[in-house]
Design a protein around this ligand. Structure first.
Ligand SMILES: [Zn+2]
Length: 223
């Protein structure tokens, strides 16, 4: 099978997304860029994560042509393609409808730096204007809101888009944004959370650049 390792990895992270409570059913989608090529692995539409196999993952390029896989790619593939076109350093894209981040997306309100962990996404998580799911318009709006300085963006009245240099990093961004969204919601329920100033967030973001390496050194894990 072509690109078996990469396709297996996408299935593994889709299951992790479900197990981590970042999605329900077959919601959300994940893609992984194949380094040195114009192709990326894209999760398919209409199949549950529990029965999904590596062969179900579609290998495609940004015009929509498929190289491998018989299934149809997720209808949101254009959004993934737009990120890869705009950000050459990005290796993976995770899109979820995780409940707390999506709550902010429905308010069309950015997630402020009420906890330093937002630094995985940037100094805050901005909101991209609303457009119909799967549309080229949404793909363009999401990529524009992400710009070059953010690793996550809320999609108005829809969900969250998280990106990273590799799939573990993109997944971590999605997880941490969901956690901070929940903390912000909880803090506002009983008081007024205090946002970190710009210069402190700049320090945190700088420290996070080495996060993966440091964690691997400490734990010996692949992270
Ligand atoms: Zn979606």
């Amino acid at each position: 099978m072509k690109f078996e390792q990469e396709r297996r990895q996408v299935v593994r992270y889709l299951r992790r997304m479900l197990a981590a409570g970042l999605t329900t059913g077959s919601g959300g989608n994940i893609s992984l860029r194949i380094p040195g090529t114009a192709y990326f692995c894209m999760s398919p539409t209409g199949i549950g994560y529990d029965v999904m196999r590596a062969k179900d993952i579609v290998v495609m390029e940004d015009e929509g042509h498929t190289l491998a896989g018989k299934r149809s790619p997720s209808s949101e593939w254009r959004m993934h393609a737009a990120v890869y076109a705009a950000r050459p350093e990005i290796g993976a894209v995770v899109h979820t409808h995780s409940a707390y981040a999506t709550t902010f997306a429905c308010l069309r309100e950015e997630i402020p730096p009420v906890h330093y962990l937002i630094g995985f996404a940037g100094k805050k998580v901005p909101v991209a204007p609303y457009a119909t799911y799967g549309s080229e318009e949404l793909a363009a709006l999401a990529a524009a809101a992400l710009g070059s300085e953010y690793n996550a963006v809320l999609l108005a009245t829809h969900g969250l888009l998280a990106v990273g240099t590799d799939i573990e990093r993109a997944f971590t961004v999605a997880e941490e944004v969901e956690l901070v969204a929940r903390i912000c919601w909880q803090a506002r329920a009983i008081g007024t959370p205090v946002a970190l100033p710009d210069d402190e967030m700049a320090r945190v973001i700088e420290k996070f650049k080495n996060y993966g390496t440091a964690a691997a050194e400490i734990s010996g894990s692949e992270r």
